[in-house]
Design a protein around this ligand. Sequence first.
Ligand SMILES: *Cc1c(COP(=O)(O)O)cnc(C)c1O
Length: 369
Amino acid sequence: MNIPANRLDRAFLMHQSEYEEAALRVLRSGYYVLGNEVARFEEEFAAYIGTPYCVGLASGLDALWMAFRILNIGSGDEVIVQANAYIACVMGITMNGAHPIFVEPDRYHNIDVDRIEAAITEKTKAILAVHLYGQASDMEAIVRIAEKHKLYVIEDCAQSHGAGQNGQKMGTFGHIGCFSFYPSKNLGAFGDAGAVVGNSAEIAEAFRIYRNYGSKNRYYNAVIGTNSRLDEIQAALLRIRLSHLDELNRERQSLCERYLKELKHPDLELPSINTGSGCDTVWHQFVIRVSNREKLMEHLRARNISTAIHYPVSPHRQEAYRGLGYQKGEFPVAEAYADTVLSLPLFPGMTDKEQSYVIAAVNQWEKPL
Ligand SMILES: *Cc1c(COP(=O)(O)O)cnc(C)c1O
């Protein structure tokens, strides 16, 4: 058996005729950018998340950097972000000339809320909360801190479509919720796509203007914007995927519950969920921790099982951010995660047989001394 870390075709095959019908509808319509499908998707996604506004964009990174730009956060400003974030989170900050201030993650791989206040200075303008691997951050605590210090809260929900805290979905707690619909995400398009959600009509309008060269009325440009438009085909396909999102997330959940129950190996640390704070997860990834990670990967690779590492290098240790001047050891929790995390194969459409094969292979691993 050959098991890749992810198989994007499986979710397509589950609802193939619906996707094909939607794509053909757009091809035949004569409207390809910012038309009816985008408007309908924006309404439907806003309703799903629970905000009045959604604005479709070209990618998750665009959602992030435009969020800081629209909030006027740039040179001389600081943004707090967890030290084990995905690189796009940090690029969204630095593309605006703002400075990322890293905070160690907690045991759930989200920002450690107990360490946020120590990182706040008079230059701090915002907290970027990244709901990593599908798990909701403790947004109630983050919002309390932000309100006390008068900071913006931006949520990176690129891995957490549908995750919530005490019944309220991620993306609705902060000022702007940023989403990616990159194909591998829980709500995945068939190409690049993204969106922002929020409660402010003013901010939504700013994104609408900004995504289209800064123009509200065609060829009259109020601000120096960009081109970040969600196209009609992706929007039409996303509407189909959104209508199945809860069932796809439930499938991820049952796969992960089985992993949690049946993976039995003394040297693996299995993921845990912050239920004490009312947080849930939509299981974007099933991330275990293991020392000797390379050996386990090799053992699995020899059995045609692929795994992935999200992520092998924390942003403060990336070559791109050498200029920030961080040394090894400055964020030991994040660095330990980077050295030990491993994502097991997980995708809607994974069969019982495939999962049994992975579980048996992991459980049989003889960890080298
Ligand atoms: C995927 C991802 C992004 C970037 O989204 P793109 O659509 O690839 O630009 C940002 N943040 C996180 C946490 C992600 O997983």
